[in-house]
Design a protein around this ligand. Structure first.
Ligand SMILES: O=C(O)c1cc(=O)[nH]c(=O)n1[C@@H]1O[C@H](COP(=O)(O)O)[C@@H](O)[C@H]1O
Length: 241
């Protein structure tokens, strides 16, 4: 198990106000924030820059996937916002990944972590077959992780189900960011490759991304606390072993 797996709260709220209401109850350092396409399209860079100024680590999850030149420009813009992590789709291919890497490395003073989404956690075998990707989801994750490693990225986004495999392929330092995390008893929603926080940590996830189990909870702040507690208990149990 990684020594400090971190909780990333996916702020997939319909409004900036709803997101702010939750973030105002949390402390930077206790978790990280993820701003994805829905909230960013509503609230834009100003919201992100405000949280960065307040000391938050923000994962800007816009999953860039375009021609290399366009993705390079988008990565430069993300770095200029001061975010902690930015991601692209590994499916964009080697040239796109290299352009993203170069854009971040040649950028200004701030250099966010750059990760690549492998196979979305909403994909199962049938939907992977439908888009024409060969092999099982795990095999596709391995292949796409190979592209991310070759381009010098800092990690991949994969499901907890592939975290151990990615660690074996890449070594400990390469990040394994895992969405599709569901506390026991939570609805899977549209996620297909899921694990509980405890199982994702045991599998070697370095960062756990959790959205709806928090944002749809009657008390989102309490839901964050409960997941953080589960993670702390799992860490302690691993340390005691
Ligand atoms: O890159 C991501 O963060 C991501 C990749 C992936 O394969 N699956 C995935 O669910 N995500 C994001 O992780 C979050 C998961 O949210 P919940 O399913 O609500 O916990 C969403 O914001 C997704 O956009």
């Amino acid at each position: 198990m990684n020594s400090t797996p971190d909780l990333i709260v996916a702020l997939d709220f319909d409004s900036a106000d709803a997101a702010r209401r939750l973030v105002d109850t949390l402390e930077p350092g206790s978790c990280r924030l993820k701003v994805g396409k829905a909230l960013f399209t509503r609230a834009g860079p100003t919201l992100v820059e405000g949280w960065v100024r307040d000391g938050w680590d923000v994962f800007l999850d816009l999953k860039f996937h375009d021609i290399p030149n366009t993705v390079a420009g988008a990565c430069r813009a993300a770095a200029d916002l001061g975010v902690w992590m930015v991601n692209v789709h590994a499916l964009g291919g080697p040239a796109m990944l290299a352009a993203a890497r170069a854009a971040i490395d040649e950028g200004g003073a701030h250099r966010p972590l750059l990760t690549a989404v492998t196979v979305l956690t909403s994909h199962d075998q049938a939907s992977l077959d439908a888009v024409g990707l060969q092999g099982t989801p795990a095999e596709a994750v391995t292949r796409l992780t190979g592209l991310a490693v070759a381009a010098g990225l800092d990690g991949v986004v994969c499901s907890g189900q592939e975290a151990a495999r990615v660690r074996a392929q890449t070594g400990e330092a390469f990040r394994r960011v895992t969405p599709g995390v569901r506390p026991r008893g939570s609805a899977a929603d549209d996620q297909r490759r899921i694990l509980t926080p405890t199982d994702a940590m045991r599998a070697g996830a370095t960062d756990l991304v959790v959205g709806r189990p928090i944002t749809n909870a009657a008390d989102p702040a309490r839901a964050v606390e409960s997941i953080a507690n589960e993670m702390a208990v799992t860490m302690q149990a691993a340390a005691d072993r």
